[in-house]
Design a protein around this ligand. Structure first.
Ligand code: SF4
Length: 349
């Protein structure tokens, strides 16, 4: 059995995508060594579509708990590993890597530095320095295993997803002249999600201006956005696509820009080279998760209470969610115009 490289990152979507830059450069540095990626089942198809991944080991519900970890470790122990890139760095990932006889490298989580941002809410003057972006810290860890620094994460989606996106585009009747703007209206945490009425107002303005809107989310997220959902059903210039990540990647790649919260789909849009307008609420880009690469814009109000969480919260502790409610659709529309065509006139959105 050829000795290979093991990359461990279980989730979440954004982190998995951010790990792609490190995985790609590590595979390129060791072209004869196959790379196996351990990831949650939900993201297995996305990971398997990346040309530098040789094998995916999906984590299923059966792998949960102590018995699941022991079984999984047994599976890994049957392999032949030269190096392990542990970009999860949790007790579970450390247990899996234990005793495999390979050189292991882990990323720097910088927990203390990140927590300092959340503790310190007294205004700009006392704010700590920005934390090194997560995707670069992933690359640092890969560098310790011989990888050279490379560009930001890139996502491939494969021929099948491309064909599906092409058929959807055709059925929807999109002409070559038309602009399609991607809109991600939901996030895993309520304090990261732009209010539904803002998403609706932006989508309406875009459609009034002659653009089309591609909305992407999970099915569950769509269900909790009933007003936007009902309007989208009756508006032919809107297409709502749910759940499957590879076609979503192919569809987002066809958009001229995407408006997203700080979320996994934000990283997906950026990694398919679509300019992103990212709306940050209870988190801030300085925590290390801004969309990597050129051409993206982050809108963040810079309130004294921001950030109030490392990842997100179920509700705003101040009860008003001003960080996101105060980001007006008009401001996002103006930013979109600037993103697409710098200059005072902007495109005909
Ligand atoms: S308004 Fe302030 S306290 Fe409330 S969710 Fe946003 S950042 Fe947190």
């Amino acid at each position: 059995m050829t000795p290979g490289t093991l990359l461990i990152r279980f989730g979440s979507l954004g982190d998995v995508i951010l790990s792609f830059a490190a995985g790609r450069t590590l595979r390129a540095a060791h072209p004869d060594d196959p790379l196996t990626f351990v990831v949650k089942e939900t993201y297995a198809d996305l990971v398997a579509a990346q040309p530098w991944v040789d094998e995916v080991m999906p984590l299923t519900a059966a792998d949960r708990g102590a018995m699941g970890a022991i079984r999984l470790r047994g599976q890994l122990a049957a392999g032949n590993w030269k190096r392990i890139l542990d970009l999860q760095d949790s007790p579970r990932s450390r247990f899996l890597a234990l005793g495999l006889g390979a050189t292991a490298s882990r990323w720097q989580r910088l927990r203390r530095e990140r927590r300092a941002w959340v503790r310190d809410r007294d205004g700009e003057a006392r704010r700590p320095a920005a934390v090194r972006p997560a995707w670069l810290r992933f690359q640092d860890a890969a560098g310790a295993l011989g990888a050279r620094p490379g560009g930001p994460p890139v996502v491939s989606w494969g021929e099948r997803a491309e064909q599906e996106a092409g058929s959807l585009w055709q059925e929807w009747g999109v002409s070559a002249r038309e602009q399609v703007v991607g809109l991600v209206p939901a996030a895993a945490w309520p304090t990261k999600e732009w209010p539904e009425f803002h998403s609706l107002a932006l989508a309406r303005s875009l459609v009034r201006g002659g653009a089309r809107v591609l909305v992407v989310s999970t099915s569950a997220e769509r269900q909790r956005l009933p007003v936007l959902s009902r309007w989208a059903e009756e508006e032919p210039a809107v297409l709502w696509f749910c759940d499957r990540l590879l076609p979503i990647a192919a569809l987002l790649a066809r958009c001229c820009a995407a408006v997203t919260p700080d979320s996994g789909l934000m990283h997906l849009a950026a990694a398919v080279a679509t300019p992103v307008v990212a709306l940050f609420g209870s988190t801030v880009p300085e925590l290390g998760f801004a969309p990597p690469g050129e051409g993206h814009t982050v809108l963040v109000r810079g309130l004294p209470c921001q950030p109030c969480a490392l990842h997100g919260r179920q509700r705003c502790p101040l009860g008003h969610l001003d960080c996101l409610a105060g980001l007006a659709p008009e401001e996002v529309l103006t930013t979109l115009r600037r993103t697409l065509l710098p200059g005072p006139a902007g495109p005909p959105l």
